[in-house]
Design a protein around this ligand. Structure first.
Ligand code: UDP
Ligand code: MG
Length: 326
C-alpha cells in the first residue's frame, strides 16, 4: 500500500452537474492550503445528469480525486457509507456537494482533531436560504428525537463532520440497512465536540431532500434508536384495556340493576371507531419494526458499485465491495 492520506473527504453527489465544478475548486483550494496529504472521494449516487462524466474528468486531471459510481440511486446515507468504506485517511470528512457546508470550516475541524477529538461535528448557527418550514420541522425533529432516543443526537447538526479513523472503523461495523449516520455517530461515543458554522445557501440546483425523504430519515432516526414507540404502544394498549373493563362493568351495572338501558349506539359507535383507529396506528408502529427486521434479515449488501476510478488496486478492504462484472 502506498501512503495513507491524512485526510479523506467524502462528497456524495446526486444530480449535481451544476455544482460539482465549483465545489471541487473551492474544496481543493482549502485542502491545498492546509499542507497535508488528502484524497477526495466523490460518490456518484446514480445521477441521471452529467455528474458521472464530470467526475470522470476531475479524476483524470487531479490525482487527489477518487470516484465511486454506485449502480443506482441508493440515497444520501448509503452513498456516504460507501465513501466511508473506501476512505483511507486517518481522518475522514463528510461534506455535501452543494456547498451548503462551507469547505472553509474544514481547517477548524482538523485543528480540533489534532487537539484529540475523534468526532468534530459542524453545528449550524444559521441557515441561509432555507424555508421557514424546513427550519421549523428540523428544529422540532431534533427536540422530539432527543426525548425518545437513548443516545442524544446533538441539536442542529447535519452530516457535515470530521471523524477519526477509529470512529470510521466503528461505523464500518454497523451494517444496519436503515441508517441515520448522525445518530449512529452519536451512538459510537468517543470524544466528540461541536464546531459552529453558518450553513450556506445551496450553490446550484435543487434540494434532493423533499419532505417525503426528510420524513423517512426522521422515522429511521426514531425507530432505529429507540424502542420507546413500541413501549408507548404497549402502555396505551394497557390503558385502553383498563378503560374497556370499566366500561364493561358500567354496562353490566346499567343493564342488570336499572331499567333505563336505552340502546346507546352512539357511544358504541364512537368507541369502535376510536379503538379501530388506535389499533391501526399501533399496527403501523409495530409494522415499522417488523419491516426493519425483515430488511435486516435479508442481509443484502448496502450498495453495489458500478465503477471505481482512482483507487489503488492493492488496497485491502475488510469488506470487499461487490463490483459489477466486466
Ligand atoms: N444526495 C445523494 N443521494 C440522494 C440525495 C442526495 O447522494 O439520493 C447528496 C446530494 O448530492 C448532496 C447531499 O446528498 O450532496 C445532500 O443533499 P441535498 O443538498 O439535496 O439535501 P439538503 O441539503 O437539502 O438537506
Ligand atoms: Mg443541500
Amino acid at each position: 500500500m502506498t501512503q495513507q492520506p491524512e485526510l479523506s473527504v467524502i462528497v456524495p453527489c446526486f444530480n449535481e452537474e451544476e455544482a460539482i465544478g465549483h465545489t471541487h475548486a473551492r474544496l481543493s483550494a482549502v485542502l491545498q492550503g492546509m499542507g497535508l496529504t488528502y484524497e477526495i472521494i466523490y460518490i456518484d449516487d446514480g445521477s441521471r445528469d452529467r455528474t458521472a462524466s464530470l467526475l470522470g474528468d476531475l479524476q483524470r486531471k487531479d490525482q487527489h480525486v477518487r470516484v465511486l459510481r454506485l449502480s443506482r440511486n441508493f440515497g444520501h446515507q448509503i452513498a456516504v457509507t460507501a465513501g466511508l468504506d473506501y476512505a483511507q485517511g486517518r481522518a475522514v470528512i463528510l461534506i455535501d456537494a452543494d456547498l451548503q457546508d462551507p469547505p472553509e470550516v474544514i481547517p477548524g475541524m482538523v485543528a480540533k482533531w489534532r487537539e484529540g477529538f475523534q468526532v468534530v461535528y459542524g453545528q449550524r448557527e444559521s441557515r441561509a436560504g432555507e424555508t421557514r418550514f424546513k427550519l421549523w420541522t428540523a428544529h422540532a425533529f431534533y427536540r422530539f428525537i432527543n426525548t425518545l432516543s437513548e443516545v442524544p443526537i446533538p441539536v442542529d447538526t447535519g452530516d457535515f463532520r470530521l471523524m477519526d479513523r477509529s470512529v470510521v472503523e466503528a461505523l464500518g461495523r454497523m451494517r444496519e440497512k436503515h441508517r441515520m449516520l448522525r445518530a449512529m455517530t452519536s451512538w459510537v461515543g468517543y470524544r466528540q465536540t461541536a464546531l459552529p458554522y453558518e450553513r450556506q445557501e445551496r450553490f446550484a440546483g435543487r434540494s434532493k431532500y423533499p419532505l417525503r425523504k426528510m420524513m423517512l430519515l426522521a422515522l429511521d432516526g426514531i425507530v432505529s434508536f429507540s424502542v420507546v414507540p413500541l413501549r408507548l404502544v404497549t402502555m396505551t394498549g394497557v390503558a385502553f384495556s383498563v378503560l374497556s373493563v370499566l366500561g364493561m362493568i358500567y354496562a353490566l351495572v346499567v343493564r342488570l340493576m336499572t331499567d333505563n338501558w336505552v340502546p346507546g349506539w352512539a357511544i358504541l359507535f364512537i368507541t369502535i371507531l376510536l379503538v379501530a383507529g388506535v389499533q391501526s396506528i399501533f399496527l403501523g408502529v409495530i409494522g415499522e419494526y417488523v419491516g426493519r427486521i425483515y430488511s435486516e434479515a435479508k442481509d443484502r449488501p448496502l450498495f453495489l458499485v458500478l465503477e471505481e476510478l482512482g483507487f489503488e488496486e492493492e488496497v485491502d478492504r475488510e469488506r470487499p465491495p461487490i463490483r459489477a462484472a466486466r
